[in-house]
Write a protein that binds this ligand. Structure first.
Ligand code: APR
Ligand code: PHB
Length: 388
């Protein structure tokens, strides 16, 4: 088989890149190691920057998002039983869209199907080859038979545990990482959200986040020790702990119910440089990971896709500047989002090794944020998304 761009990974990055290229007449094949149902079973974050909203609309996958998503003006932050609102719309003129990544992925799959896009599931042993030549190819095994795809370019959209990043020689690849000494325990419950917008709660007992998917589907998170067994967290224990970490007036009105999903995830900041090696381009989680506190994971994948799609369009129009600049452009935005996600995480989470001085600094930073329009504007412009 031959295609112009072979895309490894059928998550949001791979599907969005494939959709945008297809709409512009560029041939792609997506190789996904899992089944479609498995990919769609993943529960991920739910905040879209407005730039991501516009890219999804350009990709003709924005209809359900526009119909079922919620445009939010801002978020609440709370500490010491006090809460304050940061009004992104008033401060920056922009909002964010609350729409689950699972829904984005489902919309992308539907769109790929409508265009007869080629997405090959259960592709095992995917191996990029000859990336430093102008004739790369990818092999994989499907139903026990080895297959080969000759292509012009390979897009590594295969996430943090994928095969692509490892194709960059170790003497070229630079990796930057910070692992946080806690995790997030998340639950999904068919209950109305705690508030009309998200609540990020700092507390002596640990961080809590009240989020949502729709008027009767809520998403909550608690900071927990990394070695906490999931079984320890019964629904009742979760709700009791959440109530202790949010302001009283929120705790008194939270509607609880059985969890329909419960999972524990570690937090890390990670960046791999460069995001290009010969004919291979790394996209999304294959190149970078952010702690979810800034809700940047999916949004960074979208901006990577935006830069690569533009570069490939230019290439097939005879101009290679976009591809030459891809890694530099993508990394410039990635690092700004890494900084923001790290700053939100250190602002809102207590760590076991925190000194009394550190705690006072954290408290004073939140007090400054509560009182300063300039500080709130800085947070707002990062949260709604810096320009592409
Ligand atoms: N061969 C084929 N497919 C692979 C391989 C491989 N060797 N390794 C991984 N994959 C697939 C995974 O099964 C997954 O479906 O690549 C896909 C990568 O998807 P994601 O991990 O979701 O990464 P990405 O598409 O970049 O989306 C980033 O997802 O993890 C969240 O927080 C993250 O919101 C962000 C978004
Ligand atoms: C979510 O709704 O899953 C969510 C929202 C905001 C975050 C992280 C996760 O910062």
């Amino acid at each position: 088989m031959r295609t112009q761009v072979c895309i490894i990974g059928g998550g949001p990055s791979g599907l969005l890149l494939s959709q945008l290229l297809h709409l512009n007449g560029i041939d792609t094949v997506v190789l996904e190691q899992r089944s479609r149902d498995y990919v769609l079973s993943r529960i991920r974050a739910g905040v879209l920057e407005w730039g991501s909203v516009e890219v999804l609309r350009d990709a003709k996958v924005g209809a359900r998002m526009d119909a079922e998503g919620f445009a939010h003006d801002g978020v609440y932050l709370s500490a010491q039983n006090q809460e304050f609102h940061i009004d992104f719309k008033e401060l920056t003129g922009k909002q964010v869209m609350i729409y689950g990544q699972t829904e984005v992925t489902a919309d992308l799959y539907e769109a790929r199907e409508k265009l007869d896009g080629v997405v090959i599931h259960d592709a095992q042993g995917v191996t990029p080859n000859d990336l430093e030549t102008d004739a790369p190819y990818v092999t994989y095994i499907k139903d026990g038979t080895e297959q080969r795809i000759d292509c012009d370019f390979v897009a590594g959209c295969d996430g943090f545990h994928g095969v692509s990043r490892g194709c960059i020689p170790t003497n070229v690849l630079k990796e930057f990482e910070r692992v946080y000494p806690f995790g997030w325990l998340g639950i999904l419950s068919q209950t109305p959200p705690a508030r009309d917008e998200l609540i990020y709660a700092q507390h002596e007992r640990g961080f809590a986040l009240c989020s949502m998917r729709n008027a009767n589907l809520s998403r909550y998170y608690l900071q927990t020790p990394l070695d906490d067994p999931l079984e320890k967290w019964t629904d009742q224990k979760f709700w009791d702990e959440l109530r202790k970490r949010v302001p009283d007036e929120v705790a008194d009105t939270i509607v609880t119910g059985p969890s329909i999903e419960k999972s524990l995830a570690p937090l890390r900041s990670f960046v791999a440089e460069p995001m290009r090696w010969g004919r291979l381009f790394l996209v999304g989680d294959a190149a970078h990971i952010v702690p979810p506190t800034g809700a940047k994971g999916l949004n960074l994948a979208v901006s990577d896709v935006h830069y690569l799609y533009q570069g490939l369009l230019q290439h097939y129009g005879g101009d290679d500047d976009g591809l030459e600049l891809y890694s530099e452009r993508a990394l410039a935005r990635v690092w700004k989002s890494e900084r923001f996600s790290w700053s939100m995480t250190t602002l809102l989470h207590r760590t076991p090794d925190q000194s009394p001085f550190d705690k006072r600094i954290q408290e004073s930073e939140l007090a400054y944020l509560a009182s300063s329009r300039a500080a709130q504007t800085a947070l707002a412009e990062n949260y709604i998304g810096l320009p592409f």
